[in-house]
Design a protein around this ligand. Structure first.
Ligand code: HXC
Length: 260
């Protein structure tokens, strides 16, 4: 597909790489950009060869937030009436894992978009923050919810109330990102693609179930979550991949998963 605000590629037959590409606006997340992103995600979800997706921006900005210029004149009746930003949630419905490779600014909606992904890898240049308070509003796509679950109440309050950015090291220390990768342009994307290839080499059904299980941890009580996990675990005994994975181990050979 031809896109105006994103670039899609397949650095490996099993990985879709989506690059936000609105450099003049630091990848501000306008509605047209989001519609393209949703389309590309749907394509990746449908692509039988693809096992994981990497989402990235530029060296300067993963995304500097929702498009402030697009939002500034909107009225309540319009944003409420049209359920403004409801089209931002599609990425969270992905069954395939999505890895965010973040360089530069991930602010406001940019930080929220990264948090909607399953794993965040950060380059040393990454800066995360929820500066909406400076615009007379508050985060609207997870900044008060996912951020609080990720880093805890006191830290989330600090970021949301002051609008201060944190750097990659702080984000790692606070558990917002899984890791900060080495220096160098493109390093974080390379690392994310390698991780995506690793995930794509596993059985698709077990990857999907694992993602469902981890995501359930932020929705369910421990008791319900453990119950759900055990049922997911048991259900995988209906798959060929479970037979193959365990037989391969017993036979001291590499498993050949068929995603069945
Ligand atoms: C629209 C944006 C933008 C944004 C940057 N630009 N961020 N346009 N929406 N969120 C545009 C600038 O207007 C400018 O356009 C160009 O990108 C380059 O930005 P500069 O500010 O000149 O760059 P720099 O001086 O390097 O500063 C970088 C920055 C700053 C610190 C990231 O751009 C900034 O503070 N941006 C806004 C960050 C923010 O408040 N994000 C939260 C948005 S609200 P021109 O035409 O002048 O060259 C939000 C709400 C989410 O996300 C709610 C639910 C989704």
């Amino acid at each position: 597909a031809k896109y105006e605000f994103i670039i899609t590629s397949k650095p490996d037959p099993t990985v879709t790489l989506i690059t936000l590409n609105r450099p003049k606006a630091l990848n501000a997340l306008s509605s047209p950009l989001f519609h393209e992103l949703n389309h590309a995600l749907a394509q990746a979800e449908l692509d039988k060869d693809v096992g994981a997706v990497v989402l990235t921006g530029s060296e300067k900005a993963f995304a500097a937030g929702a498009d402030i210029k697009e939002m500034k004149d909107k009225e309540f009746a319009e944003v409420y009436g049209n359920n403004f930003l409801s089209h931002w949630t599609q990425i969270t419905d992905m069954k395939k894992p999505v890895i965010a490779a973040v360089s530069g600014y991930a602010l406001g909606g940019g930080c929220e978009l990264a948090m909607m992904c399953d794993i965040i890898l950060a380059s040393p240049t990454a800066k995360f923050g929820q500066p909406e308070i400076n615009l007379g509003v508050i985060p609207g796509a997870g900044g008060t919810q996912r951020l609080t679950r990720a880093i805890g109440k006191s830290r989330a309050m600090e970021l949301v109330l002051t609008g201060r950015n944190i750097n990659a090291q702080e984000a790692e220390k606070w558990g917002l990102v899984s890791r900060v990768v080495g220096e160098g342009e493109g390093e974080v994307v390379k690392e994310a693609v390698e991780m995506a290839k690793t995930i794509a080499s596993k059985g698709r059904l077990s990857v999907m179930a694992a993602k469902e299980g981890v995501n359930a941890a932020s929705e369910l009580s421990l008791h319900e979550g453990l119950h759900f996990e055990r049922r997911l675990f048991q259900s995988l005994f209906a798959t060929k991949d479970q037979k193959e994975g365990m037989s391969a181990f017993a036979e001291k050979r590499k498993a050949e998963f068929t995603n069945q």
